[in-house]
Design a protein around this ligand. Sequence first.
Ligand code: FE2
Ligand code: FE2
Length: 134
Amino acid sequence: MNYVKWEKEYNTGDDKIDEQHQRVFVFINKLNLALQTTKDREEIIDILKGLKDYTDYHFKLEEDQMVASNYPKIDAHKAEHQIFIDRLNKLTADMENKSTTINLRLLKFLKVWFSGHILNTDKKFVAFLGKGAD
Ligand SMILES: [Fe+2]
Ligand SMILES: [Fe+2]
Protein backbone atom coordinates (compact mmCIF):
# COMPACT_ATOMS: atom_id res chain seq x y z
CA MET A 1 0.00 0.00 0.00
CA ASN A 2 1.19 3.48 -0.82
CA TYR A 3 2.32 5.64 2.06
CA VAL A 4 1.19 8.85 0.38
CA LYS A 5 -1.90 8.65 -1.73
CA TRP A 6 -2.88 11.23 -4.29
CA GLU A 7 -6.13 12.93 -3.35
CA LYS A 8 -8.31 15.12 -5.53
CA GLU A 9 -7.66 18.08 -3.27
CA TYR A 10 -3.99 18.02 -4.34
CA ASN A 11 -4.88 18.99 -7.90
CA THR A 12 -3.81 22.56 -8.44
CA GLY A 13 -5.41 22.95 -11.87
CA ASP A 14 -2.08 23.01 -13.70
CA ASP A 15 -1.60 19.57 -15.28
CA LYS A 16 2.15 19.79 -15.59
CA ILE A 17 2.62 20.83 -11.96
CA ASP A 18 0.18 18.13 -10.79
CA GLU A 19 2.04 15.47 -12.75
CA GLN A 20 5.34 16.55 -11.19
CA HIS A 21 3.82 16.52 -7.70
CA GLN A 22 2.63 12.98 -8.33
CA ARG A 23 6.16 11.97 -9.25
CA VAL A 24 7.41 13.35 -5.94
CA PHE A 25 4.81 11.19 -4.20
CA VAL A 26 6.23 8.17 -6.06
CA PHE A 27 9.70 8.93 -4.63
CA ILE A 28 8.30 9.20 -1.10
CA ASN A 29 6.48 5.88 -1.56
CA LYS A 30 9.68 4.28 -2.84
CA LEU A 31 11.47 5.46 0.29
CA ASN A 32 8.75 4.00 2.45
CA LEU A 33 8.97 0.69 0.63
CA ALA A 34 12.76 0.56 1.06
CA LEU A 35 12.34 1.41 4.72
CA GLN A 36 9.81 -1.38 5.22
CA THR A 37 11.73 -3.98 3.22
CA THR A 38 15.45 -3.96 2.38
CA LYS A 39 16.46 -1.05 4.67
CA ASP A 40 19.54 -0.93 2.46
CA ARG A 41 21.46 2.29 3.16
CA GLU A 42 22.84 2.68 -0.37
CA GLU A 43 19.44 2.13 -1.90
CA ILE A 44 17.85 4.67 0.43
CA ILE A 45 20.58 7.22 -0.37
CA ASP A 46 19.97 6.68 -4.10
CA ILE A 47 16.25 7.31 -3.67
CA LEU A 48 16.93 10.42 -1.56
CA LYS A 49 19.26 11.77 -4.25
CA GLY A 50 16.68 11.05 -6.93
CA LEU A 51 14.07 12.87 -4.88
CA LYS A 52 16.39 15.82 -4.36
CA ASP A 53 17.25 16.09 -8.08
CA TYR A 54 13.64 15.85 -9.04
CA THR A 55 12.43 18.42 -6.52
CA ASP A 56 15.23 20.77 -7.63
CA TYR A 57 13.95 20.45 -11.17
CA HIS A 58 10.31 20.88 -10.12
CA PHE A 59 10.95 23.90 -7.86
CA LYS A 60 12.99 25.54 -10.61
CA LEU A 61 10.09 25.18 -13.01
CA GLU A 62 7.68 26.79 -10.55
CA GLU A 63 10.13 29.57 -9.77
CA ASP A 64 10.73 30.31 -13.46
CA GLN A 65 6.98 30.62 -13.89
CA MET A 66 6.83 32.95 -10.88
CA VAL A 67 9.44 35.21 -12.41
CA ALA A 68 7.71 35.15 -15.79
CA SER A 69 4.35 36.06 -14.25
CA ASN A 70 5.69 38.64 -11.74
CA TYR A 71 4.29 36.66 -8.85
CA PRO A 72 4.35 38.97 -5.81
CA LYS A 73 4.94 36.19 -3.24
CA ILE A 74 7.93 34.68 -5.02
CA ASP A 75 10.39 35.25 -2.16
CA ALA A 76 8.25 33.54 0.47
CA HIS A 77 7.49 30.66 -1.89
CA LYS A 78 11.15 30.20 -2.79
CA ALA A 79 12.07 30.25 0.90
CA GLU A 80 9.70 27.34 1.49
CA HIS A 81 11.33 25.38 -1.34
CA GLN A 82 14.73 26.03 0.18
CA ILE A 83 13.65 24.57 3.53
CA PHE A 84 12.76 21.29 1.83
CA ILE A 85 15.97 21.17 -0.22
CA ASP A 86 18.09 21.95 2.87
CA ARG A 87 16.35 19.20 4.82
CA LEU A 88 16.89 16.69 2.02
CA ASN A 89 20.55 17.65 1.70
CA LYS A 90 21.07 17.28 5.43
CA LEU A 91 19.27 13.96 5.48
CA THR A 92 21.33 12.61 2.57
CA ALA A 93 24.59 13.79 4.14
CA ASP A 94 23.64 12.24 7.49
CA MET A 95 22.80 8.98 5.76
CA GLU A 96 26.11 9.03 3.91
CA ASN A 97 28.18 9.55 7.04
CA LYS A 98 25.98 7.08 8.90
CA SER A 99 24.95 9.53 11.60
CA THR A 100 21.29 8.79 11.03
CA THR A 101 18.98 6.16 9.70
CA ILE A 102 15.87 7.15 7.88
CA ASN A 103 12.83 6.41 9.96
CA LEU A 104 9.12 6.97 9.92
CA ARG A 105 9.45 10.37 11.55
CA LEU A 106 11.59 11.62 8.66
CA LEU A 107 9.29 10.07 6.13
CA LYS A 108 6.39 11.78 7.81
CA PHE A 109 8.19 15.11 7.55
CA LEU A 110 8.57 14.64 3.76
CA LYS A 111 4.92 13.66 3.39
CA VAL A 112 3.49 16.40 5.59
CA TRP A 113 5.76 19.10 4.21
CA PHE A 114 5.14 18.29 0.58
CA SER A 115 1.38 17.83 0.79
CA GLY A 116 1.08 20.95 2.95
CA HIS A 117 3.12 22.94 0.45
CA ILE A 118 0.84 21.87 -2.40
CA LEU A 119 -2.32 22.75 -0.47
CA ASN A 120 -1.19 26.01 1.10
CA THR A 121 1.39 27.44 -1.25
CA ASP A 122 1.36 25.91 -4.75
CA LYS A 123 -2.39 26.17 -5.08
CA LYS A 124 -2.22 29.89 -4.35
CA PHE A 125 0.40 30.36 -7.04
CA VAL A 126 -1.56 28.41 -9.64
CA ALA A 127 -4.69 30.37 -8.71
CA PHE A 128 -2.68 33.55 -9.31
CA LEU A 129 -1.81 32.23 -12.78
CA GLY A 130 -5.55 32.02 -13.38
CA LYS A 131 -5.62 28.25 -13.62
CA GLY A 132 -6.82 27.48 -10.10
CA ALA A 133 -8.68 24.22 -9.53
CA ASP A 134 -11.36 25.75 -7.29
FE1 FE2 B 1 5.20 22.29 -6.31
FE1 FE2 C 1 6.13 25.25 -4.72
